[in-house]
Design a protein around this ligand. Structure first.
Ligand code: NAP
Length: 295
């Protein structure tokens, strides 16, 4: 059996098409959804990610602006800019591209973003909302949100399934586990201190891997017929990209698998735009727009 390869690019394209009429309705009400991206320093990977985000915004009709700062920027300047963007009627969603240089207090900076504009879902309010399962008022972090969307768009049952998440970061692993718990899966989280990783992964009906370790997951670690979602993006010494899963081996055993690139990556960017449009709609409703105008 060869796995069905989940085409993240195609699913992302469909989601972007779904967003276009919502953007049109907002424009008819005099609002163009707007995303602000704060970029500190000159990390080449961050620049690539920011470029992808602004391109995706343009494709869907969302306004975007990048606020660039030198790597040695002082914290107060950043905070002041975020406060100005919080107050700007042109901006409905705001993100700070991570990682930040060490001299900056990441938590304090993220906590300065207005909760209703926190479209990356990293503000503690949004994190807390995810913990208690309040999914209609918070913004789910974009990468795990994209994974959940991929699973649902493939018609993969989550409820009651054994899910194993490899990786426990605040950006991917932990929120992923919480989202799938909310969907009533039985979730295990593995991390660097997990003794005998394979003992867990072999039990997974759905295996989500976000460790940042090329080819960490090999075929003997995967249950036959499992759904395997590879979040990892690793640059190999020869310059090519690889995920955390040995794709060639594992695709012969899994029922579904995501490729790298072309799997989770395009969904991450798309869910950011989704959250931004959602933010614009929520702000408009809060300011008194009738539900029917946005339906
Ligand atoms: P991270 O902050 O480095 O977290 C990685 C997690 O994996 C940590 O919990 C780490 O444990 C754990 N881990 C590392 N090696 C492990 C091992 N051998 N066995 C079990 N657990 C292990 O990275 P991240 O931000 O979550 O990102 C993970 C990967 O996803 C990276 O490759 C990143 O580039 C990629 N990514 C992709 C997208 C996308 O859109 N496709 C978005 C975000 C991230 P410790 O912390 O205890 O070491």
């Amino acid at each position: 059996m060869t796995a069905k390869i989940i085409d993240g690019k195609a699913v992302a394209q469909r989601v972007r098409q779904e967003l276009k009429p919502r953007v049109e309705r907002l424009r008819a009400l005099g609002v163009q959804p707007g995303l602000a991206v704060i970029l500190v320093g000159s990390n080449p990977a961050s620049k690539v990610y920011v470029g992808q985000k602004t391109k995706a915004c343009a494709e869907v009709g969302v306004h975007s602006e990048v606020h660039e700062f030198p790597g040695n920027v002082d914290q107060d300047s950043l905070i002041r800019r975020i406060q100005a963007l919080n107050a700007s009627p042109k901006i409905h969603g705001m993100i700070v591209q991570l990682p930040l240089p060490d001299h900056l207090d990441m938590r304090r900076i993220l906590e300065t973003i207005a909760v209703e504009k926190d479209v990356d879902g990293f503000h503690l309010y949004n994190v807390g909302g995810l913990v208690i399962g309040q999914d209609h008022t918070v913004f789910p972090p974009c990468t795990p949100y994209g994974v959940q969307w991929l699973l649902e768009s493939e018609g993969i049952r989550i409820e009651g399934q054994n899910v194993v998440v490899v990786g426990a970061s605040n950006i991917v692993g932990k929120p992923m586990a919480l989202m799938l718990l909310k969907k009533e899966a039985t979730v295990s989280i593995c991390h660097i201190k997990t003794r005998d990783l394979a003992q867990y992964t072999i039990l997974a009906d759905i295996l989500v891997v976000a460790a940042g370790k090329p080819r960490l997951i090999t075929a003997p670690m995967v249950k036959r017929g499992a759904v395997v979602i590879d979040v990892g993006i690793n640059r190999l010494p020869d310059g090519t990209l690889a995920g955390d899963v040995d794709f060639e081996e594992v695709k012969e055993k899994a029922s579904h698998i995501t490729p790298v690139p072309g799997g989770v990556g395009p969904m991450t960017v798309t869910m950011l735009i989704w959250n931004t449009v959602e933010a614009a709609e929520r702000i408009l409703k809060r300011n008194g727009a009738p539900e029917t105008a946005l339906a």
